[in-house]
Design a protein around this ligand. Structure first.
Ligand SMILES: O=C(O)CCC(=O)C(=O)O
Ligand SMILES: [Fe+2]
Length: 237
């Protein structure tokens, strides 16, 4: 497979994406994947040999639906998405730390960051695919899998809202210190990638930056079946 996704990610307008991330904490990249790539990923879902484990969400009261963690080595497209997004998001992550008077923490490349995960006993791959049927949903949560975690993650919607399913919006809830929480309902289209914070983001206040806490989830699928791909950058314990 050619490195098209790597090239595509590298040629995005990162200056504009970075400033939206600074302002809003999250940003959508429309149609990063084409329909064929989305379909190929959905087809992978049935191939058990590609995954290390399958989670029935209702069993853990995580929601209603199912997800599977990819087995390492990751399929090329998934690996390229993880490799391609990491360096730019590491820059944002380090800039956010520096805004809050902290040292830059994130190495420039994904292999260097994963090496740190491995040193902390986090060896299991975390990119995942999720499948929800009518009535399915994903409770608000954070994807932290150990002491080491990357402050951004990416989700890509793999099928089409309105055609393949209805409902099922991506939800992001931002808890602000000493204030009420704010909710964002993000209606993604097939192939769209959404970058969002794993746990926190800095917000400029009158006396410098303060930190908000984020959780994400998915609203109820009113009809049909919804598929998504989650790119988590840290490996799991
Ligand atoms: O299905 C979704 O859109 C949400 C997936 C999710 O929770 C994740 O990628 O971490
Ligand atoms: Fe998640």
């Amino acid at each position: 497979m050619p490195n098209t996704v790597l090239q595509q990610i590298a040629s995005l307008d990162w200056q504009s994406l970075q400033s939206t991330l600074d302002e809003c904490g999250h940003v959508t990249i429309p149609a990063l994947l084409g329909m064929d790539e989305c379909r190929d990923l959905i087809d992978m879902y049935a191939n058990e040999s590609l995954f290390r484990s399958r989670i029935n969400m209702a069993r853990y009261r995580f929601g209603r639906g199912e997800y599977k963690y990819f087995q390492a080595p990751l399929p090329t497209l998934v690996q390229h998405l993880r490799m391609g997004f990491y360096p730019e998001l590491a820059k944002t992550a380090n800039r956010w730390l520096q805004q809050r008077g902290r040292d830059a923490l994130y190495p420039q490349t994904l292999p260097a960051f994963l090496e740190r995960c491995h040193q902390h006993g986090q060896n299991r791959s975390t990119p995942l695919m999720l499948q929800y049927e009518t009535g399915g949903y994903n409770c608000l949560h954070q994807d932290l899998y150990g002491e080491v975690f990357f402050p951004f993650q990416v989700v890509i919607l793999l099928n089409q809202c309105g055609t393949d399913y209805t409902g099922g919006e991506f939800l992001l809830v931002e808890q602000r210190p000493r204030a009420q929480s704010r909710g964002y309902a993000i209606a993604l289209q097939q192939g769209d990638a959404l970058i969002f914070p794993t746990q926190h983001r800095p917000v400029q206040g009158t006396k410098g930056y303060y930190q908000t806490t984020l959780r994400h989830g998915v609203s109820t699928i009113a009809s049909g079946k919804r598929y998504s791909l989650g790119i988590v950058f840290h490996d799991a314990q």
